[in-house]
Design a protein around this ligand. Sequence first.
Ligand code: ADP
Ligand code: MG
Length: 316
Amino acid sequence: MPNGFIGEFELIRRIQQRASSHPAVMLGIGDDCALLRPPSENVPIVVTTDMLLDGRHFLLAEHGAEAVGYKCLAVNLSDIAAMAARPVAAFVSVALPRHQAASIADGLMNGMTPLANRFGVALAGGDTNAWDGPLVVCVTVTGEAVPPGPILRSGAKTGDAVLVTGPLGGSLLGRHLHPEPRIDEALALLDRVFVHALIDLSDGLVSDLGHILEQSGNLGAILNADAIPIHPDAQMLADRSGRSPLDHALCDGEDFELCVVLAPEAAEDLLASPPSGVRLHRVGTIESEPGMRIRRLDSLIEPIQLKGFDHLASDQ
Ligand code: ADP
Ligand code: MG
């Protein structure tokens, strides 16, 4: 890397000493490239990356480097879960504020290492820079698909059930800092039933289910207002925001629960006896008519106009 700050190599050495390992990582931190053992033939390698910016996705001064480290790895693991894959290796690139580079790097590692260990992910490489700007962390995670996965966004069919793995909304009150990657849940579902489409809820149910509908051939969906699991945080946030708790549950980002689309019989089977440790709520049904609708508590059906979180929208 160019523009090294004093102690860059010492810092990398410290990171290397704490790095977790994985049997598929033949060579991790220390050389020009990492070496990953290819999975067996016909099993795709899955790769995801997410960049998080101080002031945008986290507030370093308020949240602290440890929470930031946790979140940066967890959101990537959530994407791996959204393909129903198993994570293998993480690559962490950082632009560290120069004046506190070492302590921030340590804090990031304190947040990432236990999570990496819990999910058996190796820290296999990255890049370290220091500058006079704010903290930027870019994490890339590779993984292995688990047959019959990977599960894409594009497999939803008319009549399918739409499920979510937990209560939604109000993550802004703090939950957004410690999302729980639903990897074990995704694999448990894959083990039991044929999942048609899967996505993790990073931008809100309306927005993310919208991606499934669009990519599955411009389908539609109807959601049942009385079936949306509303997190207590959505209730609390509604007291301040003037919006309804349901609105928060439908539109807030960073829940990082999974949205699961599958045949209605398979959904009934799962709901009757969920895999151990997996929470499931059926929130709606896929329809052939494009667009998203909600069946209100008074049974009236109306189109959903609400938008989830859009990073490029000028008003957010
Ligand atoms: P190069 O100059 O060849 O790109 P670097 O000095 O950037 O090499 O990195 C040396 C080794 O340390 C590489 O294996 C790289 O993947 C690893 N590395 C650098 N920064 C980090 C980091 N923040 N986290 C994990 N590994 C890192
Ligand atoms: Mg480099």
